[in-house]
Design a protein around this ligand. Structure first.
Ligand code: PMV
Length: 337
């Protein structure tokens, strides 16, 4: 199908990718494990044109119409389109339009959903059907490692090892449990809508300069094992305790990198304190943050409304997004152009 539209969700990592063994090839220093979301998504239409020329890349930010994408973003998209075109050994050029259902580049993994949707829609436009493992590898090569997990629904692990799959692809994500296995919710406290000051790419680059890098690496295998077991046993207390500590570890590494990266805002700390207060009051809720100021509060469906009500009562300029585990990307019949 020369024109294909894919809606791909974002994901929230419970064990996070931070620092790479090979940043160019996007081979992470550590395995990561995430929950694919359902309401935070990117929708992307890609059309393949059998003619020479530049790719056309448009996006819709906010409520307006589609416009030419800003240069830095367009450049990343262009490079990935070239990569996929070379991989498929086809010529031609692409026309792309993309939009997000949530704030971009604010620590909510818009690159994960964006590059997952772009990869899958481009494969569709080129008429190439490949395994999920290969989709994950191609999404990873975009430069956004977390995109490797967003091509899959439910609970997804991205190992750091490079042992090849049956079809010979390496370092790809795979599902550890389906979305139906456990209905977890994520109430996102959006305290910052603008783009974050330091990209995750720079964060990966600087991570090893932190004196806490080794400490986090040593703790990770145990944390990963605990998260896997907690998901298998649907144990929110166990999952949440590890996930909250792991996010703080990552931000300690970021804050002590050279030069340091402070993603948290005062409002972040207020939300974190409120989540701890909820637990003291018997509400089972746990925080995690990506590379940004916004806080993802992981909870059960039964606690979701209580969590949202308590966050809304805080004296902060925040908005809430209700999200939860989702089944992964879908091909849509309606196109963006
Ligand atoms: O995929 P990247 O390069 O944008 O890095 C993702 C970094 C985190 O969101 C902080 C962690 C993760 O695993 O999603």
């Amino acid at each position: 199908m020369p024109k294909t539209t894919v809606r791909s969700p974002s994901n929230i990592a419970f064990i996070k990718y931070w620092g790479a063994r090979d940043l160019k090839r996007v081979i992470p220093a550590n395995p990561s494990l995430s929950m694919t979301l359902r309401n935070c998504f990117s929708r992307t239409t890609v059309e393949w044109l059998d003619e020479e020329g530049e790719h056309e890349i448009r996006w819709r930010a906010g409520g307006g119409g589609f416009e030419t994408a800003p240069p830095a973003f367009a450049e990343r998209v262009r490079r990935h389109l070239d990569r996929l075109r070379d991989w498929s050994k086809s010529g031609g050029r692409f026309r792309v339009a993309t939009e997000n259902s949530f704030p971009s580049a604010a620590g909510m993994a818009s690159s994960a959903s964006g590059f997952s949707a772009l990869t899958l829609a481009t494969l569709g436009a080129l008429g190439r059907e490949v395994s999920t493992a290969e989709q994950s590898v191609l999404a990873r090569r975009s430069g956004s490692g977390s995109a490797a997990r967003s091509v899959i629904g439910g609970y997804v692990e991205w190992p750091a090892d490079e042992s090849p799959s049956a079809e010979g692809v390496e370092c790809y994500a795979r599902q550890v449990a389906s979305a139906d296995h456990w209905d977890l919710r994520n109430v996102i406290a959006v305290v910052e809508r603008g783009a974050k000051s330091t990209s995750s790419l720079d964060g990966h680059r600087r991570a090893t300069t932190s004196p806490y890098w080794d400490t986090r690496q040593r703790r990770l295998p145990e944390c990963l094992a605990a998260v896997r077991e907690a998901i298998a046993g649907r144990d929110l207390e166990r999952l949440g305790t590890v996930v909250e500590a792991e996010a703080i570890d990552l931000h300690c590494v970021a804050m002590t990198s050279e030069p340091p990266i402070f993603y948290w805002q005062p409002a972040t700390l207020t939300v974190l304190a409120e989540v701890r207060a909820m637990r003291r009051d018997g509400v089972s809720a746990f925080s995690t943050m990506d590379a940004g100021a916004n806080v993802h509060v992981i909870c059960s469906p039964e606690s979701e409304n209580e969590v949202a009500a308590r966050l809304s009562r805080l004296d902060l300029d925040l908005s809430l997004i209700h999200d939860g585990v989702g089944a992964g990307p879908v091909v849509e019949n309606e196109h963006l152009f």
